[in-house]
Design a protein around this ligand. Sequence first.
Ligand SMILES: Cc1ncc(COP(=O)(O)O)c(C=O)c1O
Length: 367
Amino acid sequence: MSINFAKIDTPALLLDLDKLEKNIDDIASFAKEAVVAVRPHIKTHKSIKIAQRQIEAGAVGLTVAKVGEAEIMVAGGIKDILIAYPLAAKPKLERVKKLMEQAKVIVAVDSVEQADLLEECFDPKNPLNVWIKVNSGLNRVGVDPNEQVVELAQHVKGLSGLRLDGIFTHAGHSYAASSTEEIETIANEEAAAVVTSAELCEAAGIPIPNRSVGSTPTFKIAGTVEGITEIRPGNAVFYDMVQVGLGVAKREQCALTVLSSVVSVKKNRIVIDAGSKTLALDQGAHGNASIAGHGFVKEHPEFVIARLSEEHGVIPVEGTVDVKLNDRLTIIPNHACVVANLFETYLVYRDGKVIDEWKVDARGRLQ
Ligand SMILES: Cc1ncc(COP(=O)(O)O)c(C=O)c1O
């Protein structure tokens, strides 16, 4: 059954509840079989309602990048949060301290200098949980695996305001892979960086019970490696055209779409009311180049959204096309996470009807 789009003002963010539930269940079933915990990254959906569904499906807690996201999720009742970011600024750490009154909070550590700054803010009576972030090839934050991790772990162990019990990594460079085999190699390296580092720490007398890997392209491979205890997929809750381009998901699995209207039909082009402030300009992440245009038009797979200005999307056409003013076009975004952040609400639909509106609660929480 298709929705009566004519009644919906555009641009609008549509969420297919059946697909969302299936994606959440798929992650949960994988984790059950692989015997790993799930700690989804909520930067994709930024929604308390979706986070709660992930917890109901068995997630042990959440991952966030921002203290502001953590604050929203804790206010929504979430009790266990990894802030997967090397926080070092005092005002942010004061906010973390406040959050610790209501939830278990873990913060990423990736240098001795940062660990020392954390130590200044937390005391032994209520220590801050920390996990060491390892660089498994993305070359963003994270200490190099193995010996460098052990050195950092030994330093952290000597700090009474911190409690170290985990090592994690994010293989974001998997987005630049040009084949399934390359994704597999990156996923195995991702898991090895964590497992070997954890084993070396344990050999040095520092227990590392939590060994966590992330990324939607890699989690189903890295999550099966012996010694890994947790996965942190973010995008897999929605999927998008980048994942389709990588061969990680099928178009039918994509739960999030943007509903747009045709605002102008010209001899050689159609213009829609979805521009860069709606679809975002991303055409991939970390070097991915599998994408044509700025999203997939479900009603017209042959269309390419070639150009975006802030409020216009331009689709070049040849000859006559069966599209007129005010027609609705549904677009699977290239990068669902950034698109969700641009909207205030999800229109949640099932069986051809919009049945609810969910807030994008943590949108814009950049600090
Ligand atoms: C630390 C960390 N964990 C997990 C993820 C989730 O990655 P993905 O959206 O590819 O699943 C990210 C994404 O940026 C991340 O930075």
